[in-house]
Design a binder for this molecule. Structure first.
Ligand SMILES: O=C(O)C(=O)C[C@]1(C(=O)O)C=C[C@@H](O)C=C1
Length: 282
């Protein structure tokens, strides 16, 4: 089994792969689209990428690439706790407060916004393709006084010193990762026990219909289908045009979800099932 993930080694995504598939030698890619492309062109069977963070919201590049560029299926999801640390090259440990630049993934920078505002006011931050890519860059440039925000495995992997631990602004920082596949298929065997199921739909409303969203939501509510997320994203066809990504806390069944989909289609919506899959807590 070949699985691609957002690399390099020691990203949060790498940690999620190691927990979910401990015996698999996974392949790192530098960006989320590269992970998804690797599944598209058959280099990998699956990709594991981040999709949502509790503090910062959706990872839009994952959603947009799945919807607009590579129509793959979600076949599993895993939610992991996220602890962010500030780390520097050991040569710069004493002068970390004079850091020139803080590097990290945009989501990680956003998760530490209050810390950066309070403790590192005036210091520019720059986004990198991942937290581990930032740690790797800091490792390769001891001559610059840089800091990275990343996890403790990245500090170990890239020989950096953690100078401030747990700098994420709120407790309960979690990220949800998804396993993607080109085919609709079961998630490969994992040693973990799943803690539930979800079904994700992409719903495009008919244009100019008053109360359409209300009608969509009522198709789920009167069937007692619990929604854990509803999010709008631009269709990219013009200002004000959106589709909705809806997570139902239930596995695809023969009656309720197909009934809701049929009702939405009768309302003039187009509906696509992005996946029906087990959830795991790491
Ligand atoms: O950069 C990483 O380490 C990632 O795995 C990406 C990512 C994200 O996209 O949200 C994953 C988890 C954390 O929320 C921060 C960054």
């Amino acid at each position: 089994m070949k699985i691609g993930f957002l690399g390099p080694r020691a990203t949060f995504t790498d940690l999620a792969v190691r927990h979910l598939f401990p015996s698999v030698e996974a392949t790192p890619f530098m960006t989320i689209p590269e992970c998804i492309d690797a599944v598209e062109d058959g280099t990998c069977d699956f990709a594991l990428v981040p999709i949502e963070n509790a503090l910062e919201g959706s990872v839009n590049i994952t959603l947009d690439y799945l919807i607009h560029e590579a129509p793959q299926y979600i076949i599993g999801e895993a939610t992991a706790p996220i602890q962010q640390h500030l780390m520097v090259h050991p040569e710069n440990e004493q002068q970390w407060k004079q850091t020139e630049l803080v590097l990290s993934h945009s989501h990680a920078l956003a998760q530490c916004h209050k810390f950066l505002h309070r403790e590192m006011k005036g210091i520019v931050s720059e986004r990198m393709t991942s937290t581990a890519a930032a740690a790797q860059y800091v490792n390769e440039h001891p001559e610059k006084n840089l800091a990275a925000i990343a996890n403790s495995l990245a500090a170990e992997e890239y020989g950096l010193s953690i100078v401030q631990a747990d700098i994420h602004d709120y407790d309960h920082n979690h990220t949800r990762f998804v396993v993607l596949s080109k085919e609709k298929q079961a998630l490969p065997q994992t040693t973990l026990a799943s803690n539930g199921f979800k079904t994700t739909l992409v719903v495009t409303l008919p244009s100019d219909r008053t109360g359409a969203l209300h009608q969509v939501l009522s198709a789920f509510s009167w069937r007692n289908l619990n929604l854990s997320k509803i999010e709008s994203r631009p269709t990219k066809t013009g200002l004000g045009n959106y589709f909705f990504i809806i997570d139902i806390e239930q596995q695809m069944d023969d009656v309720l979800i197909p009934g809701a989909i049929a009702e939405l289609e009768a309302l003039g919506c187009s509906v696509k099932v992005l996946g029906s899959y087990p959830s795991f807590r790491l």
